[in-house]
Design a protein around this ligand. Structure first.
Ligand code: PGA
Length: 261
């Protein structure tokens, strides 16, 4: 067992308005309380759309919920004439702790490249947010280069040229496994996670590599989560679809209770 605290991260994507978001967080908090979830052992974070953040933050704050808040993206800029962009400074003001950077849907639909992702990581560090740096290969890349090459390249670029590197999390999400019901095998996920940790060791330091959490993502469900987390290399999961269903997501948070063969 590593002493890294597992992180279960629920990426709602563009789902749930602020009222629906509040209802889900309330239900999630009750359900996890009912099953005596130990938040000191397994951290649970939700990543709602921007328009929900203030409402969810107010609820977490008022009811002293042990849930942590994440955002799905941030601007590389601090402020100014950038219509539609959201500054890391604004997220920090809302007690946001984590921010996804370089999710494959941003890379694909919004043409975010490695350079922009590197700038967004810098912005997250600047505003004391913890970037969850998302990396992963497409099916074509898997066939031509194997599973690890593209994630390593993406992570190396995201971590390059920073004056100072703050805390960060890495999420390995094979693009072909996101929202498709196809999952990597737990061995594949562990193997890529191991190679990503080696990359951090080479680029940053032994200490940072040992402390950094590497998550798996892509069609994670309560029925398959335990398999991914058997390996010491995988320190949590980034969950899309299943994070919108409280029972499912609770089951994922309780992965340690699942029997693994
Ligand atoms: P999924 O999405 O769990 O619906 O496959 C994962 C993600 O995109 O973060």
């Amino acid at each position: 067992m590593s002493d890294r605290k597992p992180l279960i991260a629920g990426n709602w994507k563009m789902n749930l308005d602020h009222q629906q978001g509040i209802a889900l967080v309330q239900k999630l908090a009750w359900t996890l309380k009912d099953v005596n979830h130990d938040f000191d052992l397994v951290e649970v974070a939700v990543f709602p759309p921007f328009t929900d953040l203030r409402s969810v933050q107010t609820l977490i704050d008022a009811d002293k919920l042990p849930l942590v808040l994440g955002a799905q993206d941030l601007s590389k800029y601090d402020s100014g004439a950038y219509t539609g962009e959201i500054s890391g400074a604004f997220l920090k003001k809302l007690d946001v702790r984590y921010v996804l950077v370089g999710h494959s849907e941003r890379r694909q639909h919004h043409h975010e490249d490695d350079e922009l992702i590197q700038a967004k990581v810098a912005s997250a560090f600047k505003h004391n947010l913890i970037p969850v740096i998302c990396v992963g290969e497409t099916l074509e890349e898997l066939e031509s280069e194997g599973a690890a090459a593209v994630p390593i390249r993406q992570l190396s670029k995201a971590l390059a040229e920073h004056k100072e590197i703050g805390e960060f999390v890495v999420a390995y999400e094979p693009v072909w496994a996101i929202g498709t019901g196809k999952v990597a095998t737990s061995e594949q996920a562990a193997d890529v996670a191991k190679k990503l940790r080696e990359t951090i060791r080479e680029l940053v330091s032994e200490e940072v590599a040992a402390a950094t959490r590497i998550l798996y993502g892509g069609s994670v469900k309560s029925a398959n989560v335990a398999g991914f987390l058997v390996s010491d290399e995988v320190d949590g999961v980034l969950v899309g679809g299943a994070s919108l269903d409280v029972e499912e997501f609770t089951g994922i948070c309780r992965f340690q209770k699942h029997v693994t063969l």
